[in-house]
Design a protein around this ligand. Structure first.
Ligand code: NAP
Length: 319
């Protein structure tokens, strides 16, 4: 088994039964069974590991996800495993598919301290500790007490601290975060952001992803919008080109797109959000896909305006 260094497993969909994306697989009916759900999650973690994945992305906002990883790591003794977690969202839906509210965002010092007490159980595998969805409105990037506490965690526990960013203003957030220094040292060195051929705005700040900073790419499959969908007729030519590539390369578009992201950003960790064996195996064909310069250029032409992309993203529901 070859270790896969540029793909990580995002565990949002194995930690809670509902998630914001386009469901392609039919939901199994019946009552939610937490024991089975945990077993399935554990199987995905182990299968990803057996297939060579060594980076796992989690967050307290992902329901059971951190607990699954904490338990799973107890059986592991492999220093090549790396975990990235976050703080700032609390999962509140209690696995109820009818819940009105699934998560609550709170960028306060007390929330950071509370969630750190749990997340630190991921040490020594914990490598990246990120502000979950840093935004300008919560003031988190101006809160000195929080920034100092993150600096303290970084120094005391030898973790890299970072931010995750979403939305049409993710560039502004990245630039603001990258300018923060404590003790003459840049505080953040991990940036988790959205990138795919439809949403390419981070290409304007490529200089941020150099000099020892780690880029982590999330939502590479545009939350499922890259799969043929009659609700998005504006992507018909994109879908047609992906079909052509799938037939030429004899591989699924998920692997093609993950490979596209890794080609543009060879040092990035691209997250697979697979929550089952079929998607995982299919996503992990990505390292075998070698795209030509022409194919990369053609795919890059399908970018849309960030505002358009994020307006569409806002309309996706929990399912
Ligand atoms: N920091 C943040 O704020 C943040 C936000 C979002 C995500 N993330 C991280 O990024 C990870 C990945 O994000 P994501 O899962 O939301 O986005 P994604 O990778 O863009 O999209 C996942 C979608 O692709 C579908 N899919 C995947 N492989 C497929 C295949 N082979 N065939 C058909 N459909 C396939 C999934 O379908 P199904 O629904 O049917 O499985 C799902 O709809 C998350 O697990 C999380 O760790 C972080």
């Amino acid at each position: 088994m070859t270790k896969i260094s540029n793909i990580g497993l995002g565990t949002a969909a194995i930690g809670r039964p509902l998630y914001i994306n386009i469901k392609n697989t039919a939901q199994t009916g019946g009552v939610f069974n937490i024991t089975e759900f945990k077993q399935e999650g554990m199987q995905v973690l182990e299968s990803a590991y057996q297939k060579g994945i060594r980076y796992f992305d989690t967050a307290p906002g992902y329901g059971l996800s951190e607990q699954l990883l904490i338990e799973w790591l107890q059986e592991k003794n492999d220093p090549t495993i790396k975990i990235g977690t976050k703080w700032g969202y609390t999962y509140v839906a209690n696995f109820d598919s009818n819940a009105d509210v699934h998560e609550i965002k709170e960028h306060s010092l007390s929330k950071l301290n509370e969630q750190w007490e749990v997340s630190k159980q991921l040490l020594p595998y914990l490598s990246f500790y990120q502000i979950h969805s840093a935004t300008l409105d919560t003031g988190v990037l101006e809160n000195e007490k929080i920034l100092n506490r993150l600096h303290e965690i970084k120094k005391k526990y030898s973790v890299q601290v970072g931010i995750t960013a979403s939305g049409a203003n993710q560039l502004e957030i990245l630039e603001k975060a990258s300018a923060i220094s404590i003790d003459n040292e840049i505080l953040f060195s991990v940036y988790q952001c959205t990138f795919n051929m439809l949403e390419q705005s981070i290409r304007k700040v490529d200089q941020l992803f150099k000099n020892g900073t780690q880029l982590i790419i999330k939502e590479a499959l545009a939350n499922g919008r890259v799969f043929n969908n009659s609700n998005y007729p504006e992507y018909n030519s994109f879908y047609a080109y992906l079909e052509k590539l799938e037939s030429e390369l004899q591989v699924g578009r998920d692997a093609i797109i993950l490979s596209y992201c890794s080609t543009i950003y060879p040092n990035a960790i691209v997250l697979s959000g697979a929550n089952n064996e079929t998607h995982l195996s299919s996503n992990l064909n990505a390292p075998k896909v070698k795209l030509t310069g022409t194919q990369i250029d053609e795919l890059s032409k399908f970018k849309v305006a960030a505002e358009f992309y994020w307006n569409e993203r806002k309309k996706l529901t929990w399912n």
